[in-house]
Design a protein around this ligand. Structure first.
Ligand SMILES: NC(=O)c1ccc[n+]([C@@H]2O[C@H](COP(=O)([O-])OP(=O)(O)OC[C@H]3O[C@@H](n4cnc5c(N)ncnc54)[C@H](O)[C@@H]3O)[C@@H](O)[C@H]2O)c1
Length: 270
């Protein structure tokens, strides 16, 4: 295997890749040779924090790396939309061999962050929106794609959770709970796909410098600099490298695992 192009021949769908971390992941997979379907909930979503003019512009910047790229839109919490997206990608690029479920985030029903955002005060409509766009969306995308992977006896799924899934906090509570459920769903799905050789893993990033992260919270300037200290925010590429590893044949015996890429924020087992 040529490590420089270790994903050559793979066809990847990265949800939420019009911008932010999903875009960084799609970019890294394409650099390593994968053809990539770029997805977002709408053509306009990549412009929300000024990253791209629209989804076609995100996809064009991936295609400029010399791989096949296409844009596809749809709400991941709508089952018929997920099925239509998968059909569109597979008829254009071919059978999907890598699925990265990155779409999601601590986004309230009406946009922005939930307020209140704690265990007892968070609004019911926000709880439902958070579970829809994180856990349910991840499950529906897996249900639309993994059976085909199982029939072909090949494929890799990387779900994106969060460091927030791994410890108790008094904020981002519904979000952290939905992400913890994604970690557990990953293990359960891994039990179901083990015999068929479809690998399923989850990456839990720590705070990462994406457009939305920077725009929606008060950031600590001392955590911005990428020097020797690991007590800082991640660069999206640092998360993307871990996803690329799990998506590749380099991780051929890694299955059902949670990889916490958080600079050692969570230094404990489990
Ligand atoms: N940035 C961080 O600090 C951080 C840390 C841990 C985990 N994460 C996770 O990484 C992922 C990406 O985060 P980001 O910082 O790049 O944020 P982002 O908002 O830029 O990216 C999320 C993407 O998902 C899309 N999306 C949201 N709901 C959707 C839906 N229902 N259907 C289709 N698409 C939908 C958005 O439009 C966007 O493109 C999220 O799952 C987030 O929870 C981020």
């Amino acid at each position: 295997m040529n490590d420089a192009k270790m994903l050559e021949g793979k066809i990847a769908l990265v949800t939420g890749s019009g911008r932010g971390l999903g875009y960084a992941i799609a970019h890294r997979l394409a650099e390593l040779g994968a053809d990539v379907a770029i997805h977002d909930r709408s053509q306009e979503a990549p412009a929300e924090f000024g990253e791209f003019a629209d989804l076609d512009a995100s996809a064009a910047s991936i295609a400029a790396l010399g791989v096949r790229a296409m844009a596809v839109t749809g709400d991941i919490s709508d089952e018929s939309a997920t099925q239509a997206m998968v059909a569109a990608v597979e008829s254009t690029l071919g059978p999907i061999s890598v699925l990265v479920n990155c779409a999601g985030g601590d986004i309230a029903a009406q946009g922005g962050k939930p307020n209140p955002n704690d265990a007892l005060g968070v609004k019911l409509e926000d709880i439902r929106a958070l579970f829809d766009r994180n856990l349910i969306g991840t499950m529906l995308m897996c249900r639309a794609i993994v059976p085909g992977m199982m029939e072909r006896h090949t494929g890799a799924v990387v779900n994106i959770a969060s460091a927030a899934a791994h410890f108790g906090r008094d904020t981002e509570v519904a979000y952290g709970s939905a992400k913890a459920a994604i970690v557990h769903y990953t293990r359960c799905l891994a039990a179901e796909t083990r015999e068929q050789g479809v690998r399923v893993n989850v990456v839990s990033p720590g705070a990462t410098k994406t457009g939305r992260f920077m725009a929606t919270r008060k950031t600590d300037p001392t955590f911005m600099e990428e020097g020797y200290s690991l007590n800082r925010y991640a660069n999206p590429r640092e998360i993307a490298n871990g996803v690329a590893f799990l998506a590749s044949d380099m991780a051929s015996f890694v299955h059902g695992q949670a990889l916490r890429i958080d600079g050692g924020l969570t230094l404990y087992s489990g």
